[in-house]
Design a binder for this molecule. Structure first.
Ligand SMILES: Nc1ncnc2c1ncn2[C@@H]1O[C@H](COP(=O)(O)OP(=O)(O)OP(=O)(O)O)[C@@H](O)[C@H]1O
Length: 538
């Protein structure tokens, strides 16, 4: 992730150059004004007149420069945030399907929301503020050293003290931020689960239990936040004390130099404003440094959510399905459960064959489909496609040969057409064919804007049956070689389901493997084979 940040260096450099120009202008105007003050005290009116016009002109330039500084800083932050979020999402979709399903996806939501907000405040804002602070600090040193060069040494001592304190205090802060982030992951998963079980909570009157659990989890996060804030305020107070002490020391030295006549009154004022200029970024930097260092652990944690445990290298290219899928002595159990779900499975699915898989609840039908979908590999035996071990076939290529119709339907907030085509190009003829075959014609004809009508919020403005027909049309349109169906007709009325099943079974160039509870007597015979899964196949 840090490597991604390098891409943002040009925007950071641009923002800092603008900030440096603005700070230098400001410092220069300051030096000139103090010069004018010394001229005024010496009664040198001609010098005042000649200097004033230029100083006023440059001072006026500070307004647009200030606006540019703010704009370039915000632009850098916006770009960096978007870049990191885009990186995270694209990496998430590179995760192995089986591994993703195994985990609670609340941790990804938490990374994208809580952890990224912390990174935005601590890292992205931190990088800019620290760099900008250093620029302003250097301008402060320049302003002061224009009065006396020895002040440079003082500046370096103050930076040194600040750095040492930040490095020493970074570790405990780092640990606390990491702990809070872990809590956030658990918390987000919990909220996600509770909200998705909204109707159960209402129906079974679990409001009090859920509210109590929520309160307890929120309280421990608030407590951790309070602990971090308390620790930061102790550290900041200590740093402030050190810095204030060094500044007062410098002020005493300058006061002495003025008294013995080594520095003019204008010079004295210049040093005071210069110290102020140095103090503000130093205070800011001293607060940000520990947070900045603490981002390392958070980045590692975010990166960890993206790692694939399975590093098996797939080597076989497959562009088409030509002959058969074979199960050879396949045995399977889930990683977290030693219980054998499928054993001694030997069967063949021929190209363009139509297969119905039935069996008792918990018998292993969906598991068999998961093996076929390459979500898991058999624990023993082999599944082959046209003679190639499915384990070795490259996922992307295999998935492009396959279409899926399942009960859980995802609809994009977009037009009906885009939801059908999934953003790929098809002819109108193909689209209409899929609409007719899936029984969507009447629905499409009644839409106010036809295929251009937008479906909102995962299909909340259409019925369950319409949603599943849409997904059936989507699968038919994809012209895949293999179609996996998992309880695809569950939300359709019998008449409609039977009609669509017949249409699908009449398709010539597709292999259909259908897992279903719903079995119609008069369509059952249209299958080439009906398999009953009950640990093994009969
Ligand atoms: N991710 C998993 N981890 C561990 N065990 C699992 C997992 N998924 C399913 N199982 C177990 O595997 C067995 C077979 O489940 P599967 O979902 O394949 O059955 P099914 O025949 O499709 O059932 P149903 O008709 O009720 O959907 C069940 O005992 C189930 O508890």
């Amino acid at each position: 992730m840090l490597k991604r940040l390098y891409k943002m260096i040009p925007w950071l450099v641009l923002a800092l150059i603008i900030s440096a120009i603005s700070a230098t202008f400001d410092g220069w105007v300051n030096i000139k004004i103090m010069g004018i003050l010394d001229d005024a005290l010496a009664g040198n009116i001609t010098m005042i007149k000649s200097k004033s016009v230029t100083v006023l002109l440059f001072a006026a330039l500070l307004v647009p420069l200030g606006i540019l500084v703010a704009m370039s800083n915000n632009y850098f932050k916006k770009k960096t945030n978007l870049l990191l979020k885009k990186y995270y999402l694209s990496k998430t979709f590179q995760k192995d399907i089986a591994e993703f399903h195994k985990e609670n996806n609340g941790k990804y939501i938490s990374a994208l929301t809580n952890d990224y907000s912390t990174l935005e405040a601590n890292l992205i804002t931190g990088i800019y503020s620290v760099s900008n602070g250093i620029i302003n600090f250097l301008v402060g040193i320049w302003v002061i050293s224009s009065v006396d060069i020895r002040m440079l040494l003082v500046g370096l001592i103050i930076i040194g003290i600040n750095l040492i304190v930040s490095i020493v205090t970074a570790k405990p802060i780092q640990k606390a931020y990491k702990e809070r982030s872990d809590m956030f992951s658990e918390y987000t998963s919990y909220i996600k689960e509770v909200l998705s079980a909204f109707h159960i909570v209402k129906n079974y009157n679990l409001k009090e239990k859920v509210t109590k659990d929520y309160y307890e989890k929120s309280e421990s996060i608030q407590q951790k936040g309070f602990f971090i804030e308390r620790m930061l305020s102790f550290i900041n107070s200590f740093q402030n004390f050190l810095m204030q002490g060094s500044f007062y020391g410098v002020l005493c030295i300058i006061g002495y130099f003025t008294l013995i006549g080594k520095i003019t009154p204008g010079g004295l004022l210049l040093v005071v404003t210069g110290i102020e200029r140095m103090a503000w970024p130093l205070f800011e930097v001293s607060e940000i440094f520990p947070k900045l260092f603490s981002s390392k652990d958070l980045i590692q944690k975010i990166e960890k959510t993206l790692e694939n445990e399975n590093t098996y290298e797939e080597t076989v290219d497959i562009r088409s399905f030509n002959d058969k899928i074979e199960f050879k002595d396949v045995e399977f159990h889930y990683e977290n459960n030693e219980q054998i779900i499928l054993s001694d499975i030997n069967l063949t699915f021929k190209k363009n064959g139509k297969y119905l898989i039935v069996g008792p609840s918990g018998g292993g039908k969906s598991t068999l489909l998961k093996l076929l979908r390459k979500y898991f590999n058999p624990t023993k035996g082999q599944i082959t496609i046209d003679g190639h071990d499915l384990k070795d076939i490259k996922k992307e290529q295999y998935f492009s040969l396959v279409a899926n119709i399942e009960q859980q339907v995802f609809i994009f907030e977009d037009t009906v057409k885009n939801n059908l085509t999934l953003y790929k190009e098809y002819t109108d003829e193909d689209i209409n064919e899929a609409i007719d075959a899936s029984g969507l014609r009447e629905f499409v004809n009644n839409l106010p804007e036809g295929l251009d009508t937008v479906i909102y919020d995962n299909g909340k403005n259409i019925s369950g049956g319409e949603r599943s027909r849409l997904v059936i049309a989507r699968a038919l349109l994809s012209k895949a070689s293999i179609l996996f169906m998992d309880e695809a007709f569950a939300s359709l009325d019998m008449e409609r389901a039977r009609e669509i099943e017949k249409t699908i079974l009449a398709l010539k160039n597709i292999t259909v493997i259908n897992v279903s509870h719903v079995i119609f007597r008069n369509t059952r015979d249209l299958y080439d084979r009906v398999l009953t899964v009950k640990k093994n196949i009969s």
